[in-house]
Design a protein around this ligand. Structure first.
Ligand SMILES: *Cc1c(COP(=O)(O)O)cnc(C)c1O
Length: 442
C-alpha cells in the first residue's frame, strides 16, 4: 500500500468520511453554512482570485447570501445589494465606500441613535466631518451645508421619534446637482411601502434585523445601489472608483461601470472590515422577505387604527404618526407612502416619567424591549433608554419628552392591542376618587 492511498486513520476519517453528499434540489434556498468552497480545479482557483468567478470563501461570497442579496435588490428596485451582519454595518460600509479622511457628510439629524454615534464618535476620529440638518423638509437647508469636500447626503426615509418623512426626490435632486449620492436608511418604511431609488436616491441601507426578517431572531443589514454611478459627473469626487488600483490594475469603474460603488464595497470595503453575515442568518432573512408585504400591510393597518385611537384619548397629549393628518409631513404621504404609513411611531402622555413607567409596567400584549419591526408589538420609553445620551433640550427637539413612548405595532388583532393600551393608560394616569380627597391609581 502506498502512503498516498492511506485515508483510514481515525482522525482522517473524522474529517473526511462520507463527505460526498448526493446532489438534490431543495425547494427552499439551501443554507451553505460553510467557511469556504473547494475549487473544481487549478484554473478555477485562479479564475476566482483573478476575475471573482464562482465562490471561494464566505467572507467574499456565499450562495445563500447571494440569493438574499438578489431578492432584496429586486424588492428595492436597485441594481445590486450587499448583505452584511447588521444595520450598523450597512451604514458604516455604505458610507466608508464614499468618504475618506478630510471628507464631509450632510445628514438629517433625525436618525437612529447608533448612526449618530457612528458619526460623532467613530467617523470624527477618522477625520470625517458631519453636519446635521434639522428641518429636513427644507431643501435649502441641505444645500447650504454642502461643501467642496461633501461626499454623501444621508437621511432616513421615515424616522424615529418624530416620524419625519423625507421628501426623497427633493433631496436626491440636490445631491444630483452636486454629483453626490443620497444614501437613505429605509428600515422603518421597508421596500413594500417606499422604494427610495424610484424617487432618485442612489443608495439604500436597511437594518434587516427589523422588518425584512420580521421575526426578531437575527441581526442583518443590507446596502442596495442604483447602479448609476456616473464617472463623468462624479469621478473627480471619488478617485478610488475611477483611478487604477494600487497595483496598477483597471479601475473599479472600468471593470464595473455604473456598479462601481457597490463593486468597491463588495471587493474592498466589506471583506476588509469583515462584517460578514452568517449564511444561517441570511437564510432566515430570506424566509422573512417572503412574507414582508403581508406583515407590513397588516402592521400599517393596525398602526393607523392604534394611532387614531390614541389621538382621541384624554391621557395622550400628542401622537407623532405621519399617517395622521395632524403630522407636519402628512402631505408627503400620498406620494411616498400610498400603501400605508408604517408601524413605528411615538405618542406622548400628558404626564411624565412616572406615568410612562406605570404604562410600561401595565402592558401585557406589548413587549417592553428595544427593537422594532417585529411581528409582535413592542414598547419602549426613549427618554430613559435610546435617547438617554441626549440633553433634555435635544430630546424635546427630537420629539422625545419624559412622557413619550415608542410603539412598534405588530400583526396581533387590533382589538387586543387597543384593549392592552386601554388598560395601560388607565394604570398610568391617577384619577381623583370623588370625596376621598386622595389620588389612587385607576
Ligand atoms: C436598528 C436600526 C439600525 C441599526 O441596525 P442593527 O441591525 O441593530 O445594527 C439602523 N437604522 C435604523 C433606522 C434602525 O432602526
Amino acid at each position: 500500500m502506498t502512503t498516498s492511498s492511506r485515508r483510514d486513520g481515525f482522525t482522517t476519517r473524522q474529517v473526511h468520511g462520507s463527505l460526498a453528499a448526493q446532489s438534490a434540489r431543495s425547494r427552499t434556498t439551501p443554507i451553505y453554512l460553510t467557511a469556504g468552497f473547494p475549487f473544481d480545479g487549478f484554473d478555477d482557483a485562479a479564475a476566482h482570485f483573478g476575475q471573482g468567478d464562482g465562490f471561494g470563501y464566505t467572507r467574499v461570497g456565499n450562495p445563500t447570501i447571494d440569493v438574499v442579496e438578489r431578492r432584496i435588490a429586486l424588492l428595492e428596485g436597485g441594481a445590486q445589494a450587499l448583505l452584511v451582519a447588521s444595520g450598523q454595518a450597512a451604514v458604516t460600509v455604505a458610507l466608508l465606500g464614499l468618504v475618506a479622511s478630510g471628507d464631509h457628510i450632510v445628514t438629517s439629524t433625525h436618525i437612529y441613535e447608533g448612526t449618530r454615534g457612528l458619526f460623532l464618535d467613530n467617523f470624527a476620529r477618522l477625520g470625517i466631518e458631519v453636519d446635521f440638518v434639522d428641518d429636513i423638509d427644507d431643501p435649502a437647508a441641505w444645500e447650504a451645508l454642502i461643501r467642496p469636500t461633501t461626499r454623501a447626503l444621508f437621511a432616513e426615509s421615515l424616522a424615529n421619534a418624530r416620524n419625519d418623512l423625507l421628501d426623497v426626490r427633493a433631496i436626491a435632486d440636490i445631491g444630483d446637482a452636486h454629483g453626490i449620492p443620497l444614501v437613505v436608511d429605509n428600515t422603518l418604511a421597508t421596500p413594500y411601502l417606499l422604494r427610495p431609488i424610484e424617487h432618485g436616491a442612489a443608495v439604500v441601507v436597511h437594518s434587516a434585523s427589523k422588518f425584512l426578517s420580521g421575526q426578531g431572531s437575527v441581526l442583518g443589514g443590507v446596502i442596495v445601489d442604483d447602479g448609476r454611478f456616473d464617472a463623468v459627473a462624479a469621478g473627480a469626487k471619488y478617485p478610488h472608483l475611477v483611478e487604477p488600483t494600487r497595483t496598477g490594475g483597471a479601475s473599479v469603474f472600468e471593470r464595473h461601470g455604473g456598479l462601481a460603488r457597490i463593486a468597491h464595497l463588495r471587493e474592498t470595503v466589506a471583506p476588509r472590515l469583515g462584517p460578514t453575515p452568517s449564511p444561517l442568518n441570511a437564510f432566515l432573512i430570506g424566509q422573512g422577505l417572503e412574507t414582508l408585504s403581508l406583515r407590513v400591510r397588516e402592521q400599517s393597518r393596525n398602526a393607523a387604527l392604534v394611532a387614531a385611537w390614541l389621538g382621541a384619548r384624554p391621557e395622550v397629549a400628542t401622537v407623532d404618526y405621519v399617517g395622521l393628518p395632524s403630522h407636519p409631513h402628512h402631505r408627503h404621504v400620498e406620494r411616498y407612502l400610498p400603501d400605508g404609513a408604517g408601524s413605528v411611531f411615538t405618542f406622548t402622555l400628558r404626564g411624565g416619567t412616572d406615568e410612562a413607567r406605570r404604562f410600561i409596567e401595565a402592558v401585557e400584549v406589548f413587549t417592553h424591549m428595544t427593537h422594532v419591526g417585529d411581528v409582535r408589538s413592542l414598547v419602549l420609553h426613549p427618554a430613559t433608554t435610546s435617547h438617554v445620551q441626549r440633553t433634555p433640550e435635544e430630546r424635546v427637539a427630537h420629539g422625545v419628552q419624559d412622557g413619550t413612548l415608542r410603539l412598534s405595532i405588530g400583526i396581533e388583532d387590533a382589538a387586543d392591542l387597543i384593549a392592552d393600551l386601554d388598560r395601560a393608560l388607565a394604570a398610568s394616569h391617577p384619577v381623583v376618587v370623588p370625596g376621598a380627597g386622595q389620588t389612587v391609581l385607576a
